[in-house]
Design a protein around this ligand. Structure first.
Ligand SMILES: C=C(O[C@@H]1C=C(C(=O)O)C=C[C@H]1O)C(=O)O
Ligand SMILES: [Mg+2]
Length: 463
C-alpha cells in the first residue's frame, strides 16, 4: 500500500519564506529497526540525524539529513522565534493535499544567559530541523517520507535522486544487524568539580533557609573517556536496552551527539489536549520486592521529597489553569518506578485554550521547579551563579511538533553529550531547606547509574 503526494504550494504570504516550495512523498514500508535506519543515514548524513521514541513506545521518529533548519543563538525570544518561523514556514509550504505533514524536531538550551565556557560547542540556543528522510513507526506500521524544502523552481531531478537515496537507506536498514553494538571500552571516569558541587549545595541550602528562595535544582557533570570513538548508534542502542520505560532521544549537531533516556514529559499536545508530568522526589529501587515497596512507601510520606514535588505540582497546575480549560490534577502523587530509581509522580492534563500552542506551553513551563526551582527566575539566577557547570541542553526541552501544532517535548535528563572519545553525563537534584550535600550527592549517583551502565562507566565493584 503506497500513499503518495508530491505538490508545491505558493501563496502570497508576507513571510520570510515567500517563494519556498515543499515537495514530499510518503510510502509505507515493512517495519524495520529504527536504529538500523538511523545507522544507515550515518554514511552520508552524519551530524544531521535525530531520534525519538515516546515513553509508551507507540511512536518512533528517525530523521536523516536536514531539509530545513531553524536555529538561533539569541538569548531572549528564542521560543517565540522558533514558534513564529515554524508557523510561517508551515503557512507557506503545507497544504491539505499533503497526506503526511512535515515534522520539526529539536531542542532548546537550558539557560541562554549562562555564559560559562562549556563542552556544548556545536549546540546553538535553539536547534531544530525538518529531516530530509523521515521514518515514523506507529503501532505496527512504518512510513518513510522524503521532504524537500527549496526555493528552486525546478526540482524534479533532485527529487528523483532523493527517491533513489531513500531506497538505498531502506535496503541498508533492512539488511543490517542491530544487535552488533558493543559497550565502549571505558578508560576514565572523572567527577568534574565535585567539591564545587558539594559546596554549592551548602551555599544554596543556606540561602533557602534564609527564605530568599524556596527550591533550587543543582546538578553536576561526570566525564567518561573511551578507548575508541563511540558512535551515536551504539550509544542509542545501549541506552534503549537499559531503559525500556523512558523517552529515548538523540540529536546530532555536527560531531556532537546529545542523547538520553528520560522518564519526564514536559508537555504533550494532541488534538488540543495537553498533558504534563510533575516528577520530583526520588529514592532508589529496593533489591527485594519487600524492600522496594518499603522504600516507595517511605518516599510517599517523606516531607523533604513531598516538598520538592509540591513546588512542581503547584507551578505546572498554575500554567495549565492559565492556558487550558478542564485542568485535572490528582490530589496526591503516585510512584513512578523505573529501573534504577523511583520518583513521586503527578500527571496533569487539560484542554488547550484556543490560541494557546505547544511552543507557548514549552516556553512557560521551562524550567519547571523539577529542574529549575521556585520562584523560577530567582532559581535560574542562583543556578547561573552557584552551579559549577553550564548545562547546555541537559534538563532542557527536547522534542517535536508537526504542522498542526501537535507534538511532545521531554525534559532532557538522564542524558549525555557524546563527543568522539568522550562523553559528559549530567545529573542533579532538587534542593530544599532540609537537603544535605551528602544525600544529594548519593541521589545523583542513582540518576547517573543507567547512563553509566549503558556506557560501560560502571566500576566492576558496582552493580
Ligand atoms: C535533576 C534530575 O532529575 C529531577 C530531579 C528529581 C529529584 O531531585 O528528586 C527527580 C526527578 C527529576 O525531575 C536529573 O535526573 O538529573
Ligand atoms: Mg530529589
Amino acid at each position: 500500500m503506497n500513499s503518495e503526494s508530491s505538490s508545491s504550494t505558493q501563496q502570497s504570504a508576507d513571510s520570510q519564506y515567500e517563494g519556498y516550495r515543499f515537495y514530499t512523498e510518503t510510502i509505507e514500508v515493512t517495519r524495520m529497526s529504527a536504529l538500523a535506519f538511523f545507522e544507515a543515514g550515518g554514511s552520508d548524513h552524519s551530524g544531521k540525524r535525530l531520534y525519538w521514541q515516546n515513553r509508551e513506545k507507540t511512536f518512533t521518529l528517525v530523521g536523516i539529513g536536514h531539509a530545513h533548519v531553524l536555529s538561533t543563538n539569541k538569548a531572549n525570544g528564542r521560543f517565540e522565534e522558533i514558534k513564529k518561523e515554524w508557523q510561517n514556514l508551515c503557512r507557506q509550504i503545507v497544504n491539505e493535499e499533503h497526506s503526511v505533514q512535515p515534522v520539526l524536531f529539536g531542542g532548546f538550551s537550558f539557560d541562554p544567559l549562562n555564559n560559562k565556557a562549556s563542552e556544548w560547542k556545536r549546540f546553538p540556543q535553539a536547534y531544530f530541523a525538518v529531516p530530509t528522510f523521515q521514518l515514523v513507526l506507529k503501532g505496527e506500521q512504518a512510513f518513510i517520507s522524503i521532504h524537500l524544502i527549496t526555493q528552486k523552481q525546478e526540482s524534479f531531478a533532485e527529487f528523483e535522486a532523493m527517491r533513489k537515496e531513500r531506497d538505498k537507506l531502506i535496503h541498508a536498514a533492512q539488511v543490517s544487524e542491530v544487535d552488533k553494538y558493543d559497550k565502549p571500552q571505558t578508560t576514565g571516569r572523572i567527577e568534574l568539580k565535585k567539591q564545587a558541587y558539594l559546596d554549592s549545595i551548602k551555599q544554596v541550602t543556606d540561602i533557602i533557609k534564609a527564605k530568599e528562595v524556596e527550591k533550587v535544582v543543582i546538578a553536576r557533570t561526570m566525564k567518561l573517556e573511551f578507548e575508541d570513538v563511540f558512535t551515536p548508534t551504539s550509544a542509542l542502542y545501549q541506552v534503549s536496552n537499559e531503559q525500556p520505560e523512558s523517552f529515548l532521544f538523540g540529536l546530532e549537531a555536527e560531531d556532537q551527539f546529545f542523547f538520553g533516556a528520560t522518564p519526564e514529559r514536559l508537555v504533550k499536545v494532541e488534538n488540543h489536549k495537553a498533558l504534563s508530568t510533575c516528577l520530583a522526589g526520588s529514592t532508589p529501587r529496593g533489591k527485594t520486592i519487600e524492600k522496594d515497596t518499603e522504600l516507595g512507601e517511605i518516599l510517599l510520606k517523606d516531607s523533604k521529597n513531598r516538598a520538592e514535588h509540591q513546588y512542581v505540582v503547584n507551578m505546572i497546575s498554575e500554567v495549565f489553569r492559565a492556558n487550558c480549560s478542564r485542568t485535572i490534577v490528582p490530589k496526591l502523587p503516585k510512584l513512578m518506578k523505573i529501573r534504577d530509581i523511583q520518583h513521586l509522580y503527578t500527571p496533569v492534563e487539560g484542554d488547550l485554550n484556543p490560541g494557546a500552542t505547544l511552543f507557548d506551553l514549552v516556553q512557560v513551563l521551562h524550567p519547571t521547579p523539577a529542574l529549575g526551582g521556585e520562584p523560577k527566575l530567582l532559581a535560574l539566577e542562583m543556578i547561573r551563579n552557584y552551579e559549577a557547570m553550564n548545562r547546555g541542553y541537559y534538563a532542557a526541552p527536547v522534542g517535536w511538533i508537526d504542522a498542526k501544532g501537535d507534538g511532545e517535548f521531554a525534559v532532557a535528563i538522564r542524558s549525555a553529550l557524546l563527543d568522539g572519545k568522550e562523553a559528559y553525563l549530567y545529573a542533579g537534584g532538587g534542593i530544599v531547606a532540609d537537603s544535605t550535600p551528602e544525600s544529594e550527592y548519593d541521589e545523583t549517583w542513582v540518576k547517573f547509574r543507567p547512563m553509566l551502565r549503558a556506557l560501560g562507566g560502571q566500576l566492576s565493584d558496582e552493580s
